[in-house]
Design a protein around this ligand. Sequence first.
Ligand code: ADP
Ligand code: ZN
Length: 745
Amino acid sequence: MSKYAKILVDIPVEELDQSFDYRVPEKYRDIISIGQAVMVPFGPRKVTGFVIGLTDESEVEESKIREISRIIFTDTFFDEELLELFQWMSVYYKAKLINIIKTAVPAGVISGQLKKKTLRIVKLNTAKYKIEEYINNEGKKAYKQVEVLEILLNSDRDYTATELARLAGTSTSTITRLVEKGLLKYEEIVQERRPYLGEDIKRERPHEANPWQREVITRIKEQLDKATYGAFLLHGVTGSGKTEVYLQVIDYALQKSLGAIVLVPEISLTPLMVRRFYSRFGDQIAILHSNLSAGERYDEWRRLKRGEARIAIGARSAVFAPVKNLGLIIIDEEHENTYKQGEYPYYHSREVALKRSKITGSTVILGSATPSLESYYLMRKGVFRLLELPERIKQKSLPPVELIDMREELRKGNTGIFSYQLQEAIRDALGRKEQALVFLNRRGYASFLFCRECGQAIKCKNCDITLTYHASIDKLRCHYCDFLMSRPASCPHCGGNYLREYGHGTERIEEELKELFPGAVIARMDLDTTGRKGAHQEILEKMERGEIDILVGTQMIAKGHDYPNIGVVGVISADTMLNIPDFRAAERTFQLLTQVAGRTGRGDKKGLVFIQTFNPEHYSIQAARNHDYLQFYQQEIENRKLFGYPPYTLLTNIIVRGEVEQQVIEAAMALDAFLQKYGKLILEVLGPGEAPIGKLRNNYRWQIILKFRTYKERNFVLTRLREFLVEKGRKEVVYNIDVDPLMML
Ligand code: ADP
Ligand code: ZN
């Protein structure tokens, strides 16, 4: 029973990040609640908004208060705890509250596109004995009708008229006639759209925990018993049974009537992982994944809200899942970049999960074989408690890793992509009827067209990025804006006629493998071959069934899949990622190599891993070879300290972009001048300068990177900065504040 509601309106004006009071019409006073979407008058228009507060008194003069037009959804999209989380995010990430809410609630809600999908089914309209009477009396004349009625009498499932007619071998007019006679009726039911989970998933029983797992599980259960906030870093090598731990502690949470969220990186949300959860918990899980249609997502979301599903499993945005009585959040592969949203609002799911757990008094588990430097550092500071699974299940050993010095290979006269050793190892594996994985760092890596006369590569006209050459379609493509062009006859820079393909993309490697191993079945997995829905899964299943001998791929093959029959893993070049101009390059290299190496040695076979590199001495490559996280961590944390990078400092990247270069530069300069005033509170200002990708989708980009000592100082400066942008920012350019940036390109 509230007279007024505080409404956050959805208008694309940066200044307006506040709520407005509206009067609640009499008829809505009993049902209005926080988290509902409403339609309200705003100026001359009607706009959508969210209820974020209710009150019986307003400070606004009664005559100036306008009335809510209608409630769009009586379902609430968030409760007070989630609202608190959104408000925290708005402050921390310097983003408008409405944009946070729009990111967090199921897509399509605000635009009102989401409708419950209904289905018209056929039902009996009278008592069974009356139907039977009818069958006895009319049966001889109307055998088709009898057929229809008998199907309905003998089945408990629902049929549409079309289904029923097909089953009875008749047309829908038979059903219409029965409806007219009052024997049948139509009924609208809400149809749940459930994502496809594969057929016949068997219920799986828990494994008996090994001693390491038992210890870890006990500690987590003790925390769950306390029902307060508590955070763990679960450091377990690949194949050490982390997922089994998740499954068992979730089971315990359910017994205590607590709900759970499981976050997985987008890419490793493979059917295998989902199947494992499904086989343990059945319909108690709800899947929130970007591959689902908006309708499917919305239905899964509602199952959680109604408490029918108790476990949400999904990528980044599943951290907002409306799980009832939340008690546990698990972040699998917590070091993954996909947890950071790469566009406004730039939130990081791990940070958000930690905050949500504090608000709700939940337990958080950050799991990884290669924890992010930040998380390990925080664990050492006592912010997270450490749990370890140092051994693989059943004492399987981690695979031996061999580094291949490609400089040596050149000296031996091998200018090809594959070292002699790797070729031999693949040949041996194939001979033993085992499979091989060949890993390349990036899709179409460095496969570009290059002019041998002027030395220039062909670049995208919208972005300052080299175009990737795709041999199979003989075209050049920009992997940022998707610009596509045919292969030019001559160099666009100098008119020269000697354009040459350079570098090795996954396609080149596939070609070369076909030549080296003519009898082998070779498949490729990258964004090009998996664009179609389900394609990714198809390749994985073929691999699982042993129908592929050699799988070539990018990052996608590095994660989450378990194949017992892999005899060799080859990494074409460990250096590509090492050379990316980013202070996290060494960390990413270590994580990736460790993960790739973890793909083998899982079954009964002993797997071999070969890493080709021009930098075999580099510490991240050495540490990956030794499967030694601490060796890596100790070296890397020293470097971070020396150069003043996170976790020793707090970074913020301010990106300015626009279509007119001069305006972008002026805007960046004005920002810089403004920031000078706060010199004492900022540890260091890098820039302003052109961003590493200076032009993207026809926008020029400049950036200023700020380093801060404390959260407090950062928050103070960024708050002033935002006020400045709202008042004095140029309308022709877009400003993005990326708090804790991961990629600075
Ligand atoms: P991780 O998530 O650390 O990579 P998993 O939980 O996937 O490890 O475990 C690796 C494999 O070992 C899986 O096939 C899993 O079913 C199996 N497994 C896990 N725990 C046990 C156990 N206690 N006993 C037997 N097998 C186990
Ligand atoms: Zn482009």
